[in-house]
Write a protein of this length. Structure first.
Length: 92
């Protein structure tokens, strides 16, 4: 008795194709996830330095983020907040 394997070959081909595509998508997504772990160096950014100064002043006067700054550029907002968090951190 002869068995017809043609339907099984198609199922196997589809499963292998899905596995290859899924592996490719994961491999392409992995470097993108690592990019989020790296924080930019804002140390020379004037908004970062402003955030640090204001945070130190707030900490010295026992205030909690007294000035909520909003800048036109999103990058400036991120730099200011990063500086504020560093400046308001625990004393060394």
């Amino acid at each position: 008795m002869r068995m017809n394997f043609k339907p099984y070959v198609w199922v196997l081909a589809i499963a292998v194709g899905i596995g290859i595509i899924g592996g490719t998508v994961r491999a392409m997504a992995f470097p993108g996830m690592n990019a989020q772990d790296q924080t930019p160096d804002y140390s020379k950014n004037k908004r970062y330095q402003q955030g640090m100064r204001e945070a130190k002043d707030d900490k010295a006067h026992n205030r909690d983020h007294s000035r909520k700054r909003h800048f036109p550029k999103d990058e400036d907002n991120k730099a200011y907040e990063a500086g504020y968090q560093v400046g308001h951190g625990p004393a060394h």
